[in-house]
Design a protein around this ligand. Sequence first.
Ligand code: PLP
Length: 394
Amino acid sequence: MPDPKQSRIPCAGPSITQREIDYTDAVTNCWYAKAGVYHERLEQAVAEYLDVKHVVTTPTGTSAIHLALLALGIGPGDEVIVPELTWIGSSAPITYVGATPVFADVEAEHWCLSAASLEASITPQTRAIVLVDLYGDVPDLAAIRAIADRHGLAIIEDAAQAFGSSWQGRKAGAFGDLGIFSLHGSKTITAGEGGLLVTDRDDLYERACTLRDHGRQLDGTRFFGDFDRYYYHFEIGNKFKMSSMQAALALAQVERAEELVGRKREIFSWYQEELADIEGLHLHVERSGLTNSYWLPAVTIHPKQVVDTLAIMRELEKSHIDIRPLYYPLSSLPPYRETASGLQAQQQNPIAYAESPRGFNLPSNLEMSREDTTRVAEVLRRLFTNSQDFRRKQ
Ligand SMILES: *Cc1c(COP(=O)(O)O)cnc(C)c1O
């Protein structure tokens, strides 16, 4: 039975300080002419942090991907390649714009998109790739860029889980034609809900600004010809905007980026020490060239181990510890599994299918203590030492 005296260890969650509370002055002050003050500061802070030219704030990370696809002009008849192992927010927007998601395999080492599988998935209809920086890691970016250039494909980098990661000195999110972040409450920097679209390309930035604002083209002037720009719509767009309250909260978090990423990395280092003696558990450490912001530590169970992720989850749940399984392969899920691309992917993506049941994430909420990681490790040690008691269902 759960010990009611033990407090719960949530898998993910934010760090909120006086700075965030101070910026809630947006509630009182950011209306009328000041409605955009925090957005501007946020966009500038993110542009500087990532070293990118343009930043657009959106209501969610999912809507940022949706907007990226719209800005690229992707629609019915087009195919977009997405890795099998990711949150469905990476793939659902492909369906929103009427295009077809095509699922490529991942690499066992980092669970991110496999460049070889990507290349094999390209058809004359392929227009773009949504690559995902899963759990703060990155795929082989140089190989993927070379393939994209050779076939004329756009890259949308879904860096929702990689704020603060960097590869060879460049920040994650800055590698695609467009990059996106999520500011959901579970993410490293948060606004409760929110998203960011980033790009160095002026043309995509301008398309995104029009398409997220009901087809208006606001350029700082009020009138053109006989028309008032504020009330003139050039096309049907979406309404994908963020409130001042969200922007204020997000700004406070971005200003604390070094501290928050540092804390994630510290939690990871505690796990490295705590789990070192547990046989059959492999913690994903960073490859050379990568600095991982370790949104959530990723763990693989050795194939010979009889313990499976669900057994671990059940056991940890009894101790009020929240972990999450690695994603189910997208092509195995009800919306995709009977589709032509889903059926094909089930045959062609063996690594995603082999890794999915063997992977999970350890809790890494930003309020965690060293003692919390000890508590997690103790349960895992017991489980893996007495693994025959927690046999996988055959
Ligand atoms: C969180 C997340 C998203 C979507 O973000 P929301 O803000 O929840 O819409 C997209 N992709 C990945 C990989 C994510 O982890």
